[in-house]
Design a protein around this ligand. Structure first.
Ligand code: ADP
Ligand code: MG
Length: 220
């Protein structure tokens, strides 16, 4: 847990991103089990439940994420499990409730991040999600503003680029959709200098679109 006053929740982060035209799987805050079930029914199953707390940066580390919930009973049970396991891991955390979102079909997992360099200011990072980023550091960087052409280069220069073109029966990822997403993130951070850090991790990329399933914004 990082006690970070400046961390926006996933719900808040996704609201800002959506307004900026960046595609996200929208998340709604539920403050009770009853509310979580009502929102799930409205959204349609299967859904995903996640802890909502500005004190919890990595939600799944503390049992704060439950995927693929198929009915109201599973949502109710998961709500309680999430609250109790996060309370156990972080007794001090202030918990808003649990966010609800639809379960996105599998896609190629990629990440886009922004951090600020002392010399160059905002810098965007692009990479493939999971082990490729964490272990192999297979990522590319460009200084903001990032043009469409820069974005295309960022995508093509990672070693894992062939993965985006599809492999072992996995469908390819839309390169134009990823370019658009990167350019929009660049415009978003340019217009909002109060953003210190941004993480879209992961984004699910499909043959026709790319959608962020998790988002984290840290303000200055
Ligand atoms: P964390 O704070 O731990 O990064 P995430 O929101 O990224 O939590 O969720 C953990 C993992 O669960 C993601 O890497 C992704 O694989 C999966 N996941 C999260 N949200 C969704 C969703 N809406 N649909 C499908 N899979 C999801
Ligand atoms: Mg994540």
């Amino acid at each position: 847990m990082v006690m970070s006053q400046n961390l926006l929740t996933e719900v808040e982060s996704k609201e800002l991103l959506k307004k900026a035209g960046i595609p996200v799987v929208e998340a709604k805050l539920a403050r009770s089990k009853k509310e979580a079930i009502a929102i799930s029914r409205e959204m349609g199953f299967p859904v995903v439940l996640k802890i909502s707390s500005t004190d919890v940066v990595h939600k799944s580390d503390s049992g704060g994420v439950k995927l693929g919930l198929a009915n109201a009973a599973q949502v109710g049970k998961s709500y309680s499990q999430i609250i109790s396991s996060v309370k156990q891991a972080y007794p001090e955390a202030r918990i808003d409730g649990v966010s609800v979102q639809t379960m996105a079909p599998p896609g190629v997992e990629v990440i886009v991040g922004m951090s600020k360099d002392a010399q160059f200011g905002p810098v965007l990072m692009f990479g493939l999600g999971g082990i490729l980023v964490e272990v192999l550091k297979d990522v590319s960087f460009r200084i903001v503003p990032v043009t469409e052409r820069d974005a295309r280069e960022m995508i093509k220069e990672i070693k894992g680029y062939p993965v985006l073109q599809g492999y072992r029966g996995q469908k390819p990822a839309s390169i134009p959709a990823l370019e658009q997403l990167i350019v929009k993130v660049s415009q978003f951070v340019e217009k909002n200098p109060q953003i210190k850090e941004l993480d879209l991790n992961p984004i699910f990329a499909y043959p026709d679109k790319a959608v962020a399933v998790d988002a984290r914004i840290i303000l200055e």
